[in-house]
Design a binder for this molecule. Structure first.
Ligand code: GLN
Length: 264
């Protein structure tokens, strides 16, 4: 947990130093220059609260610190809310409940280190991306057999239910063990119950950091990009959020939030 720098002063210093270094670094995504956070003439969105669905089992993006949910996504969403003049409410739920919550209107958006995938695009729209990430492989520290993704064929792989790790693991083995929490999957590797875990890189690092029976392989399994999920067809909200994200990228806010949580 020592990586989660809490001091604002440290954040300010590091954000200047570490531009572009963080794993979840400056996104190379296209941004829509024509959209703007200052949405005059809004017709359909009268709400002043933005209900954000997340799964607070995903450090450093969203996790509990005491009773409070903190992390990169939470802070980015609060900054977006500020830009849009909206109050942000965070709703914690299972990862695979987030898209249904957006579809049913229980939540306005999902911010949960969520990777943009073709499958998900059939059910929700995505904003511009704000983080580049990868799926990493965690194995037992004593494991000398699994060195790269190629060595995972046919192995028993633990994943968090409904994640991209879950999707990709199924491509290389029939033995996929699905857990509600990445932490539980990591424990199973530590205890030698399964061979490996495929999970987002920063989460993998944070899990391995707290347990010397775990190691993260250098080579990632896949590369991917995170974005915020919005109800299908709500282009107005997508554009508003994209406008805010563009400003927050340009003024360095997003990078400084990332640097606050990810010290490389
Ligand atoms: N990035 C992964 C996905 O979108 C995992 C996200 C998560 O578990 N919060 O599926």
């Amino acid at each position: 947990m020592k990586k989660y720098l809490k001091s604002i002063a440290a954040m300010a210093v590091i954000s200047v130093m570490a531009l572009g270094i963080a794993g979840c670094g400056s996104s190379d995504s296209k941004t829509d220059e024509s959209s703007n956070a200052n949405t005059e003439g809004t017709t359909t969105e009268e709400k002043d609260t933005l209900v954000v669905a997340t799964n607070a089992e995903f450090p450093p993006y969203e996790y509990y610190e005491g009773q409070e949910i903190v992390g990169i996504d939470v802070e980015i969403m609060k900054a977006v809310g500020e830009k849009l003049g909206m109050e942000v409410t965070i709703e914690d739920m299972a990862f695979d409940s987030i898209i249904p919550a957006i579809q049913s209107g229980k939540a306005d958006i999902g911010a949960a280190g969520m990777t943009v995938t073709e499958d998900r695009l059939a059910n929700v729209d995505f904003t511009d991306t704000y983080c580049h990430a990868s799926q990493a492989i965690i194995v037992n520290a004593s494991n000398e057999e699994i060195k790269t993704a190629d060595d995972l064929t046919g192995k028993t792989i633990g994943v968090q239910l409904g994640t991209t790790g879950d999707m990709y693991a199924g491509d290389v083995t029939e033995n996929v063990e699905r857990y509600n929490k990445g932490f539980e999957a990591a424990m199973a590797v530590a205890q030698g119950k399964i061979d490996a875990v495929v999970i987002d890189d920063q989460v993998a690092k944070s899990l391995a950091e707290g347990n010397d029976q775990l190691k993260v392989l250098d080579e990632p399994f896949t590369e991917e990009d995170y974005a915020i999920a919005v109800k299908k067809g709500n282009t107005e909200l997508v554009e508003k959020i994209n406008g805010a994200l563009t400003e927050l990228k340009e003024d360095g806010t997003i990078q400084s939030i990332i640097d606050k949580y990810i010290a490389e």
